[in-house]
Design a protein around this ligand. Structure first.
Ligand code: HSE
Length: 309
């Protein structure tokens, strides 16, 4: 195999209550990436479409991850990478994670898959560290495992795949404003009180149970965030109105996608997810802020090969 095309999905991290611990992948939104093996012994990035990102492999998360894997495996080949982005970085939909985890997946294929999925998460975390200063595992795990994931532990890393009910759809609105993950992490509390902690872990337990049992009502009841949402929502214009509109349109729950500024809502079925899209549209259409709307099934598969040459 010398050339590999992949689809690397967008992801929603935190899922309200699971700050840094939960995420899921989207089925129909993500990056296309093309990897070509060569004899240069180096990592190069020849094409980036759809985003203004550095082509210097030391400054691009895909390049950082690819180089780390080639070094670790003592590979005797080089790789050229092309990245076609379909949504903007800084969205809160795991753009850097799609590139980092996509690179980990593809390089592992070229190496004939010596690394486990968990080891690929660790390589992809290096990309997240380069992108936002913290080796966050939630988005990259959702890309690599697909569906819902739980990071049960960071040290040692323990990632659990959680079943995804077939009828679970996500609606997203991405206000086209700049909000970096670094900035959105700086406002987080350094510690939380016991009552807040109890409500948060109770909701994570409820969400996980709801996903296993396909209990949509329980999924919705559990999508409450007492930690990040209260301090981050001020970055997002009309956040409370978006959330209220989504719930009124029938969404199970809504919250900030990752570190924002995108806002997501989960729904049972595509009909409700489309109604939520209209509700989001209704909130933003006269506000003078550019925005993009997306509806997707939760993607069970995660990153995948779309062509091997
Ligand atoms: N869990 C991370 C955060 C996701 O909320 O900061 C960042 O993409």
């Amino acid at each position: 195999m010398n050339k590999l095309h992949i689809f690397s999905p967008a992801t929603v991290a935190n899922v309200s209550c699971g700050f840094d611990a939960m995420a899921f992948a989207l089925e129909n939104l993500g990056d296309e990436m093309i990897f070509e093996k060569n004899e240069s012994g180096k990592v190069t990035i020849s094409v980036i479409e759809g985003a203004d990102l550095p082509k210097d492999p030391e400054k691009n998360v895909a390049g950082v991850v690819a180089q780390a894997m080639l070094d670790d495996s003592k590979a005797d080949f080089g790789v050229d990478i092309q990245i076609i982005k379909t949504y903007k970085p800084g969205s809160g939909m795991g753009s850097s994670a799609a590139s980092s985890a996509g690179a980990a997946f593809a390089i592992n294929k070229f190496l004939k898959e010596p690394y486990s999925t968990l080891e690929l998460v660790k390589f992809a975390q290096m990309g997240e560290l380069a992108a936002c200063g913290a080796p966050i595992a939630d988005n990259v795990s959702a890309v690599l495992y697909g569906g819902f994931v739980l990071i049960r532990s960071y040290e040692p890393l323990d990632v659990i795949s959680i079943p995804t009910p077939a009828q679970l759809y996500v609606t997203l609105i991405h206000p086209q404003i700049k909000l970096g993950t670094k900035e959105a992490r700086e406002v987080l509390p350094k510690s939380i009180d016991l009552q807040t902690a109890v409500s948060q872990w109770s909701n994570v337990g409820g969400l996980i149970s709801g996903l296993y049992a396909e209990d949509f009502n329980l999924i919705g009841r559990s999508m409450q965030d007492a930690v990040a949402e209260p301090v981050r929502k001020h970055f997002i214009p009309h956040f409370d109105a978006l959330k209220a509109a989504a719930l009124a349109a029938g969404a199970l729950g809504a919250g900030i996608s990752g570190s924002g500024p995108s806002v997501f809502a989960l729904s049972e079925g595509d009909v409700t997810a489309e109604k939520v899209k209209q509700a989001f549209d209704g909130v933003y259409k006269d506000k003078g802020i550019d925005y993009k709307l997306y509806v997707s099934k939760v993607g069970k598969e995660g990153v995948k090969s779309t062509g091997i040459l």
